[in-house]
Each structure stands twice: as structure tokens, then as C-alpha cells.
Design a protein around this ligand. Structure first.
Ligand code: FMN
Length: 229
């Protein structure tokens, strides 16, 4: 039976989408007994029960804002975090049997370089998916060109996809933190009122600030009352 592969992308200014289209076109020439679906924007596939039906998932995504997901990928990114939270509390690996690989787009001019691709790769692994090839990170101001790195991804992934059956259940190609594991955690996006970075004082902080002002006001009133006596 032919192996089913899903290609997802996250993009804001079409770089990752263009690469995904190019890769799907190229891979169709070199794959035997493998069908590729997509590329689809991540937000079009937020049902992980559907994702489980594939043998492999390829993801090309960039990062925006403070290492956030691009807008056509944000709902998928949130759901990925939810799936990990649920799997961690139930001790399950819902994506075991699946294999995945990530192609990241970003710029080292941002402190949160590659945050979204790195987190995506990490969380797929935490859900039990096997990393079939090391993540390729395309730095738009890096020495290696985008074209060279996309070709590198294609050559490697073509071999992996033609050996999906043989490699199923084997040890992952490498850990998620290769070539680099620096990330800014984004689990706050699925907390109540998510989407807003938790950096403010919070309810306890607000109450503490109010208590300090009430104290100052009380002391002032007391001093004034003592002065009048
Ligand atoms: C406003 C803005 C914010 C960005 N933030 C990040 C970031 O946090 N991390 C990163 O690696 N790249 C960041 N980038 C760079 C983009 O990810 C990079 O240009 C990428 O190639 C865009 O791919 P896309 O067109 O598929 O979205 C940012 C770019 C812009 C314009």
C-alpha cells in the first residue's frame, strides 16, 4: 500500500509556501509508492485525529513577532501545544507511528531565531512522532543560500520518504535540538486568555499594588489627623 505524506506550511510573506510548492512538485518525481497531499496551510489541518492517518508529515514554516507562528499557522501551533499538554497529562504518545521533518525559515537578526520551526519539531517528537531528518534552518541573512538549503532538504527527505516503511519504529535521526535548541517557550498561548504573553503583574500582583497604595493613603490620613489634634 502506498505511503501517505502530508505537507503543511506556515507563512506570512509566502517564502515557506513557495518552497513547499516547489518541494512537492520535485518530490513527486523522485518518490516511489508515496503520495503527497498539500501543501496546505497549517490552520487547514488542526484535527490531529486526521494527522494520525498519515505516515509522514513535512512542515515548512517561518517565525514572526516574538518567535510566534505566522498567521496561517497559529491555530495549528496552538493545537499542537494543546495536544502535547493532554498527552503529557495522560502519559500517551498519540503520534507514535508517524514520522516528520521540519524546514524552518527565519532571520538571525531576531533574538527568537527559528522559534516556531524549532518548537514545532520538538513538540511533534514529544507526541511520539519519529524525526526522520535533522531540521534545516534557513537564515535569510546566512551564508548558505535559501536555494542550496531547500535542495539539501529535498535530497535528504526524498531518501527518507522512500524508506518510510523500513524506518518506521526506528530511532529518530537526531534530537530536536540539532542544529540548535534555543527556544522561547510558548505554552502561554493555550492558557486562559491565551495569545497575550504573560509578563504583567497578574491578579495577585494587582492586589498587592492596591494594598500598598491603600497603606500609603491610610498612613497619610493618620498623619493629617494627628497634625490636626
Ligand atoms: C516583523 C517580523 C518579525 C520576524 N520575527 C522573526 C522571529 O521571531 N524569528 C525569526 O527567525 N525570524 C523572524 N522574522 C524573519 C522571517 O521569519 C523571515 O523573513 C522568513 O524568511 C519569512 O518567511 P515567510 O515569508 O514564509 O513568512 C521576522 C520578520 C518580520 C518582518
Amino acid at each position: 500500500m502506498s505511503q501517505k505524506v502530508l505537507f503543511l506550511y506556515g507563512t506570512e510573506t509566502n517564502t515557506a509556501e513557495r518552497a513547499a510548492n516547489h518541494l512537492v512538485k520535485q518530490l513527486k518525481f523522485s518518490l516511489k509508492d508515496v503520495t503527497i497531499e498539500g501543501p496546505l496551510a497549517g490552520n487547514k489541518m488542526t484535527d490531529f485525529e486526521e494527522i494520525k492517518k498519515y505516515d509522514a508529515v513535512l512542515i515548512a514554516t517561518s517565525s514572526y513577532g516574538d518567535g510566534d507562528a505566522p498567521s496561517c499557522y497559529d491555530k495549528f501551533f496552538e493545537q499542537l501545544h494543546r495536544e502535547v499538554k493532554n498527552a503529557t497529562s495522560s502519559g500517551s504518545k498519540p503520534l507514535s507511528g508517524l514520522q516528520h521533518a521540519v524546514l524552518g525559515f527565519g532571520s538571525t537578526s531576531y533574538e527568537t531565531f527559528m522559534n516556531c520551526p524549532r518548537i514545532t519539531d520538538k513538540l511533534f517528537g514529544e507526541l511520539g512522532s519519529r524525526r526522520m531528518q535533522q531540521r534545516i534552518e534557513i537564515d535569510e541573512i546566512g551564508e548558505e543560500t535559501e536555494e542550496e538549503l531547500i535542495d539539501k532538504f529535498e535530497v535528504g527527505i526524498s531518501k527518507c520518504l522512500n524508506s518510510l516503511k523500513q524506518n518506521k519504529g526506528k530511532k529518530e535521526a537526531c534530537t530536536w535540538d540539532k542544529p540548535d535548541g534555543e527556544i522561547l517557550d510558548k505554552f502561554y498561548i493555550i492558557e486562559e486568555g491565551g495569545g497575550e504573553k504573560k509578563g504583567g503583574p497578574g491578579m495577585v500582583g494587582v492586589l498587592a499594588i492596591l494594598a500598598v497604595f491603600a497603606g500609603i493613603y491610610f498612613m497619610k490620613m493618620k498623619k493629617e489627623a494627628e497634625g490636626e489634634e
